[in-house]
Write a protein that binds this ligand. Sequence first.
Ligand SMILES: [Zn+2]
Length: 311
Amino acid sequence: MSNRGWSFAAAMVVLAFAWVTPAAAAPDGGFVEIAPGVHVRHGAVAGTTSENHGAIANLGFIVGTRAVAMIDSGGSVADGEAALAAIRQVTDKPVEWLIDTHMHPDHVFGNQVFKAVGATILGHRRLPAALAARADFYKQSMREQLGPALDDAVTVTLPDDTVADERRIDLGGRTILVKAWETAHTDNDLTVYDEATRTLFAGDLLFMEHCPVVDGSILGWLAQLPALTAIPAERVVPGHGPVSAPWPEALEPQARYLETLAADIRKAIAEGVPMAEAVPQAAASERDKWQLFDDYNPRNATAAYAELEWE
Ligand SMILES: [Zn+2]
């Protein structure tokens, strides 16, 4: 078959699949192995909708010789079920651990799927209180975004066990290091470091492409960048953005964004510019560098103004 003929045939196959695939098909998993035994699902850089089933965060799992650790459970029960099905295509070893990197619904609304198969859910020491306090609000906002058909399936499921500082977990033949951070993206951020492949799961302590979201403390986040940078990882899996990126270079755009936002807000406060005028101008030089900037930057600027006014 000529090149042109093959291309035509391939195009017809693509069209045929496009035709039979329903617009709201359940997520298929779509995990890729980014390092030996380390699998990551790329989350759409988008808000939660009924079409994407809340599959907007990067999820991962790490396979040891004895057991599997899942990192974040997805933005809906359907998203969690797709992730569990993806694990089962790779291994039948037990999923002993589900590690929640923080409280946001796109990372924890699939928790019940992993609890049902016997995983111990592990979170930051402040996660249970933080998630419990926001459970009703998250259910309500996710109902608006996912639609009742998907949201009604979700039971907000809290961790069974927590990390105050650091915890080493043996999966058989490899050890992962779970670390609890001080308030930054939220007040309950965890990272997971796979020592065997030097892969860091940063959760939402690292945003790439997707505008960072400050739901904890901009000063806290900036203060922890040196300690994050010092992690001897080779690659990082950000909470949002590509499935894998070189470390620590991947941190640079986010550090620049946070520093710019803090500097612009500090200047406005020093000049007596009120919050309502300062917010639309803050970090304007970053606007074309991030997706979803207009959704999140105004909220970040408002939070930063309130925080920096009292420094
Ligand atoms: Zn988050």
